[in-house]
Design a protein around this ligand. Structure first.
Ligand SMILES: Nc1ncnc2c1ncn2[C@@H]1O[C@H](COP(=O)(O)OP(=O)(O)OP(=O)(O)O)[C@@H](O)[C@H]1O
Ligand SMILES: [Mg+2]
Length: 298
C-alpha cells in the first residue's frame, strides 16, 4: 500500500494556473501542494479569500485539471468515474433546482445515484431529519429557502449516496449559531461513522471545534500543517494550575519548584487561538505588513 492508494486524499506537487483566453498565465491559484488526508479524519483547509481552497476541492473532484502534479482520492486518480459515487460534495454556492421542493431534490439526486426507490423512501426523510429541515420546510420550493435552509438541503444532497469522503466548501455560511452548532455536530457524527471530511472555511472557531488537522493556504501555497492542538500550543510558556492555594503555600511552592518537581499541580502549555495563528500566518507572508500587529506575537 502506498500513500496514494491508502489515504483518503493524497496530492503531490499539485499546481493550478488559470490561464486567460489567449493561454497566457493568469493566476497561480494553487502552488505545489503536497497533502495527505488520512481515512477517518476531519481535515480543515483554511485561508483568506482567493487562497486556493475551492480550487483544491475542484481539482480533487476532477472538475478542473491540474497544470502540474497529481491528486489521488480514495486510492484513485482524481476525477475517476469509479470514485464519484463514494464522494459527497457541498459546493460554495448551491446549484440545486429552485423549482423542486426539499424532498423532491433529494429524490432527484438519489435517482441520479441509482439508489432503489424503496431505499430512497427511507433515506430521504431520514436525511431531512438529520439536517434539521422540518415537515413544512421540506415541502417548500427551494427558491423560497433561506440561506440556512439552502445550506441544509445542500448538505443532505451531499450525503444522499452515503459517501466515504465528504468535501464541504464553507458549510456554515449563512447558518445561524444554532445551525452552525448542528452542522458541527453532524460533521463529528460523520467522523464517528468512519467517514473522512475535508472542510474549507474562514470561520476559524468552527474549524477549531471539529478538525483533527488543518492546513492554512495563502496565495496558493501551504503555509502550515498540523494537529489543531499542537499548532495552538505555545511551547515556550509553561502554565501550572492548581486549586485553592493559600499565599503562603504559593510562596512555598515557588520555593519548592526551584528545587524539585511538582506532584499535584497540572502543568500544561496554554493555547493561543486559531484566529491568532491564522492572522499571524497571513501577516508573516504579506510583504510590507507589520508583523507586530499579528496575533499575540507568540
Ligand atoms: N476560473 C477561474 N479563472 C481564473 N482565475 C480563477 C478562477 N477560479 C479561481 N480563480 C482565481 O484563483 C485564485 C484562488 O481562487 P479560489 O476560488 O480557489 O480561492 P478560495 O480560497 O476558495 O477563496 P474564497 O475564500 O473567496 O472562496 C483566486 O485568485 C481566484 O481569483
Ligand atoms: Mg472558495
Amino acid at each position: 500500500m502506498t500513500l496514494a492508494t491508502d489515504s483518503a486524499v493524497h496530492t503531490e506537487h499539485l499546481t493550478k494556473i488559470y490561464r486567460d483566453f489567449w493561454g497566457r498565465d493568469k493566476v497561480r491559484a494553487l502552488d505545489d501542494l503536497n497533502l495527505t488526508i488520512h481515512r477517518g479524519e476531519v481535515f480543515g483547509l483554511l485561508g483568506p479569500n482567493g487562497s486556493g481552497k475551492s480550487t483544491t476541492i475542484k481539482l480533487l473532484l476532477g472538475l478542473i485539471f491540474a497544470t502540474r502534479g497529481t491528486a489521488h482520492v480514495l486510492g484513485q486518480p482524481a476525477g475517476s468515474t469509479t470514485i464519484n459515487e463514494k464522494i459527497g460534495f457541498l459546493p460554495e454556492e448551491s446549484y440545486l433546482y429552485r423549482f423542486l421542493n426539499g424532498e423532491e431534490t433529494l429524490k432527484f439526486y438519489g435517482r441520479l445515484f441509482k439508489i432503489p426507490s424503496k431505499d430512497l423512501k427511507r433515506r430521504v426523510p431520514e436525511l431531512l431529519d438529520v439536517v434539521g429541515l422540518d415537515q413544512k420546510s421540506r415541502k417548500r420550493k427551494l427558491r423560497e429557502y433561506s440561506k440556512g435552509m439552502a445550506r441544509r438541503i445542500g448538505l443532505a444532497q451531499a450525503l444522499i449516496n452515503n459517501p466515504d469522503l465528504i468535501l464541504l466548501d464553507e458549510p456554515t455560511t449563512g447558518l445561524d449559531p444554532i445551525g452552525t452548532r448542528e452542522m458541527k455536530d453532524l460533521i463529528l457524527s460523520l467522523k464517528e461513522q468512519g467517514k473522512t471530511v475535508l472542510l474549507c472555511s474562514h470561520l476559524l472557531a468552527d474549524v477549531q471545534d471539529v478538525c483533527d488537522r488543518i492546513t492554512i493556504l495563502f496565495r496558493g501555497k501551504m503555509q502550515t500543517l498540523g494537529q489543531v492542538r499542537d499548532l495552538l500550543q505555545v511551547r515556550d510558556i509553561t502554565q501550572i494550575q492548581t486549586r485553592g492555594m493559600t499565599p503562603q503555600q504559593l510562596t512555598e511552592v515557588q520555593e519548592f519548584l526551584r528545587r524539585t518537581g511538582v506532584t499535584d499541580a497540572t502543568i500544561t502549555h496554554p493555547t493561543t487561538t486559531l484566529e491568532d495563528l491564522f492572522v499571524r500566518v497571513v501577516r508573516e507572508n504579506t510583504p510590507g505588513a507589520d508583523p507586530r500587529i499579528a496575533g499575540n506575537g507568540q
